[in-house]
Design a protein around this ligand. Structure first.
Ligand code: 2NE
Length: 272
């Protein structure tokens, strides 16, 4: 178990494998199939921020407690007019902000799915970089059955991942799909027996951790940029600035300013 600054977490568990570079964030509401309420999402956001800011963390596993569900979406008992209503009585759809946070987090986020990943829970696994599923996993969008939909990333990332026809099928019919079907349509990366889920997820995480963190960071933002428009380019551009600040050429500009002299960029080649 690791600490997340601020009030104690109630709906979420945050753990770090010491010396491994892996953080694990778990939705801990198994009695509701890990459905989220506004407070759950706020806690998830804090945990993801902690994992992002921690230089020892290179990969994040996102999962649900128990083997019956990854996440069953928004907790319908908390749904009001205008969104999900939390302790402050304000209706909100703060899970959309969490999706953006995971999408832009500059480290790989791996969804580890056992049981149901449905509704808003299905969108959460889709915004993760990889999905490792147990053979008991079930995937689907239930929104149209309960008077809801996610017309943001819930549609755009899905269509990009499995294609327009399959995405329309998944949303319009609101069927459930087995792990094998999800694998066949390219919705997830692999399927393993439920007893081996964590072991297999760790193998994938460790393999990524052996690779260059900067390469993974830039690749994630580049894969996002294709679909995320101006925000995607801003994310990719930020990585270019980050790399430039580490270069001699970038440093020359700063040093010249601090030293009160004109910068000398003449020694830096204009590469073809
Ligand atoms: C997930 C599923 C298929 C599981 O079925 P099963 O048979 O394994 O369990 P059961 O008995 O349905 O659920 C166990 C307990 O969890 C609660 C149930 O009400 C039940 O409670 P008790 O009767 O024991 O008291 N539970 C499960 N999911 C819940 C939920 N989402 N909200 C509140 N309570 C929930 C089955 O439970 C199911 O179909 N669940 C509903 C899935 C769903 O429709 N989710 C919302 C989609 S909309 C959404 O997430 C969304 C969006 O569209 C846009 C923005 C933000 C969110």
């Amino acid at each position: 178990k690791a600490e997340v600054p601020g009030p104690e977490l109630e709906d979420v568990l945050y753990e770090k494998a010491e010396g491994e570079g892996i953080a694990k964030i778990t939705i801990n509401r198994p009695e509701r199939r890990n459905a989220f309420r506004p407070e759950t999402v706020k806690e998830l956001s804090r945990a993801f921020n902690e994992a992002r800011d921690d230089p020892d963390v290179g990969v994040i596993i996102f999962t649900g407690q128990g083997s019956l569900a990854f996440c069953s979406g928004g907790d319908q008992h908390f749904r009001g007019r205008g969104g999900y209503v939390g302790n402050d009585r304000v209706p909100r759809l703060n899970v959309l902000d969490l999706q953006v946070q995971i999408r832009r987090l500059p480290k790989p986020v791996v969804a580890m799915v056992a049981g149901y990943a449905v509704g808003g829970g299905h969108v959460l696994h889709m915004v993760c970089d990889l999905t490792i599923a147990a053979d008991n996993a079930v995937f689907g969008q239930t929104g149209p059955k309960v008077g809801s939909f996610d017309a943001g990333y819930g549609c755009s990332i899905m269509a990009r991942t499995i294609g327009q026809k399959k995405a329309r099928e998944m949303w319009f019919l609101a069927r459930m799909y087995t792990a094998k079907e999800a694998l066949d349509m390219g919705l997830i990366n692999t399927v393993v027996p439920v007893a081996r889920l964590e072991e297999e997820t760790l193998i994938w995480c460790r393999e990524m951790l052996r690779n260059s963190p900067m390469a993974l960071r830039v690749l994630k933002s580049s894969l996002n940029a294709v679909d995320d428009g101006g925000a995607g380019l801003q994310e990719l551009g930020g990585n270019a600035t980050l790399l430039f600040y580490g270069s001699e050429e970038g440093s020359e500009g700063r040093e010249a300013y601090v030293e009160g002299r004109a910068p000398d960029f003449s020694k830096f080649k204009r590469l073809p």
